[in-house]
Design a protein around this ligand. Structure first.
Ligand code: NAD
Length: 497
């Protein structure tokens, strides 16, 4: 692995502490970092190198997935860490940063390969990229890479503008857009696992009746009111994570040859997605916002009573959508997606429903979080929960790397220059293009905002979206008490394995 300098903007921020340092530490423990590695943490506050290292150590103790018990290992890991003060708007700070980086590169005798990780608000992306370019930080004789977090723009126009600005400093090949769903082991291995599950159960992909993708959260807006009230479920989850899951699934079925490039196939899916017109968005999209209700046995307030949210806010905290991929294989298979906050249970799950064979209903279930695995379930048609005849569920596969955090995989991939599981600009642009009529319809109030009680499965209009086609959302246990449904591990709780 080539030596590299990891230049971290926002080194004192939440994402760095919760995700980036623990991921780097795990890579270090697993010997997956370059043997010559230097990290320069940047922040506005004055901090000594020692204080910075001890803050990083504290974040490892709090958030690392493996126990931080060997002081020597931590000490060795932290040797690579330096801190430097930088205000993103001050050009002279970049000149000083260049000196610091060059000194370290000389000290370590390493090629000037530089990875710039922007763990800061998106409003800073353009400024930082431009300053990297102008200061000469990006003109050394090694590779340079830019890693950015979502959101990539606020709508189609702003996303294009941002990309244009970034391209003045970095080529597309040098830009790594993190969508952490793409770093999840189950998502990366989904194709291979699904194909072995299909052959094991003798299921044919042409017998698929519908697909459902759900990402339900029990949490509300928490401390992110300022960001979330301008983003909503559609920008926070749907435009990026949910559409990426759709792409990842539909490129795998019916069959993918291993040599085909993931990015090319994903673009093809987005291009064949039947476009919406803003005037008929409400036939395909359900927009919701949570009201007061009960979560895990406790009362919670509605969205507009949350701190920092205006009483009259029309922001969406839930979206359900009916999509159609217009290619010969998928054209008759509806795909339903929903995601929302303050729902009854926390789960990210894909359900592939098969056409009924007599009274039998077969489902292939891909659990992405909080548990991981692929399950096959056979039940009497329509009976997903019955005390008399329990549907039979068996676990077919689980990922070998369950428990591995997405950031470990993605940071490692970025360090070795593998862009397979990063969002390419074309996908991002095509996603915004598809979503834009929905944003327009929301803005012009052409789509009603349905209030749903916290602790439910969203507005009942989201059920009607499927009922129109003769389907229903699987595993919505509406008659189960809230406490039971949020126990989390639904397969050990509900089913025989
Ligand atoms: P944060 O507010 O906790 O941290 C932001 C960092 O930026 C801080 O270190 C702060 O010092 C630095 N900063 C702010 N203004 C600056 C300036 N003028 N000059 C230099 N540094 C400055 O934010 P965060 O939660 O760490 O999020 C960082 C990015 O990651 C955002 O783009 C966010 O949308 C994205 N993101 C965060 C999470 C998460 O779990 N926290 C998840 C997904 C995406």
């Amino acid at each position: 692995m080539e030596p590299a300098t990891f230049v971290l903007f926002g080194a004192t921020g939440d994402l760095a502490k919760r995700k980036i340092y623990p991921a780097l530490f795990q890579l270090f423990v697993d010997q997956k970092l370059p043997s010559s590695f230097s990290l320069i943490g940047l922040g506005r506050r004055e901090l000594s190198h020692e204080t910075f290292r001890s803050n990083v150590e504290q974040s490892l103790i709090t958030f690392s997935r493996s126990e931080v018990k060997d002081a020597d290992v931590v000490k060795k890991f932290l040797r690579a860490f330096r801190y430097h003060v930088l205000d993103v708007d001050r050009k002279e700070d970049y000149t000083k940063l260049l000196q610091v980086i060059e000194e370290r590169e000389e000290e370590l005798n390493i090629t000037p390969n530089r990875m710039f990780y922007l763990s800061v608000g998106p409003e800073f992306f353009e400024t930082i990229a431009a300053n990297i370019h102008e200061s000469g930080l990006g003109s050394a004789n090694g590779w340079k890479r830019l890693v950015i977090e979502k959101p990539f723009g606020h709508d189609l126009v702003s996303a294009r503008k941002l990309n244009h600005k970034l391209n003045q400093a970095f080529d597309e090949a040098e830009i790594y857009r993190i969508d952490h769903y793409l770093g999840k082991p189950m998502v990366q291995q989904m194709g291979q696992l699904l194909h072995s599950a299909l052959s094991e159960q003798d299921l044919r992909t042409r017998d698929i009746a519908s697909i459902q993708i759900s990402a339900n959260e029990t949490l509300g807006v928490e401390e992110r009111a300022g960001y979330y009230d301008h983003a909503g479920a559609i920008r926070d989850m749907f435009q990026n994570h949910m559409l990426q899951l759709l792409m990842m699934l539909t490129i795998e079925l019916p069959n993918r040859s291993a040599v085909e490039e993931v990015g090319k196939l994903k673009r093809k899916v987005m291009k064949t997605l039947k476009p919406l017109n803003k005037m008929d968005v409400s036939h395909h999209i359900v927009r919701g916002q949570y009201g007061a209700g009960e979560i895990k046995g406790g009362q919670v307030v509605g969205y507009t009573d949350e701190p920092g949210i205006a009483l009259e806010s029309q922001n969406d905290t839930f979206i359900a959508a009916r999509l159609q991929v217009n290619d010969p294989f998928w054209k008759d298979t509806p795909i339903y997606i929903r995601t929302g906050k303050r729902l009854k249970e926390k789960v990210t799950r894909i359900v592939i429903e098969y056409k009924s064979r007599g009274p039998l209903k077969d489902l292939l279930i891909v659990e992405i979080g909080p548990n991981e695995g692929i399950f096959f379930q056979r039940s009497q048609s329509g009976q997903e929960r019955s005390d008399i005849e329990m549907p039979v569920r068996s676990q077919l596969s689980f990922t070998k790397e369950g428990g591995k955090d997405a950031y470990e995989t993605l940071i490692h991939d970025a360090l070795i220059g593998d862009k397979t599981y990063f969002a390419h600009w074309d996908e991002v642009e095509l996603s915004w293009e598809w979503v834009q009529p929905i944003l327009d319809a929301y803005r012009e109030n052409l789509t009603p905002l349905h209030i749903y009680p916290a602790g439910s499965y969203g507005p009942h209009e989201a059920d009607e979206l499927l009922e129109r086609d003769g389907f229903h959302w699987w595993f919505d246990f509406k008659n189960v008490s809230n406490n039971d449904a949020t126990k989390g591990d639904i397969h050990t709780y509900e089913y025989n394995t």
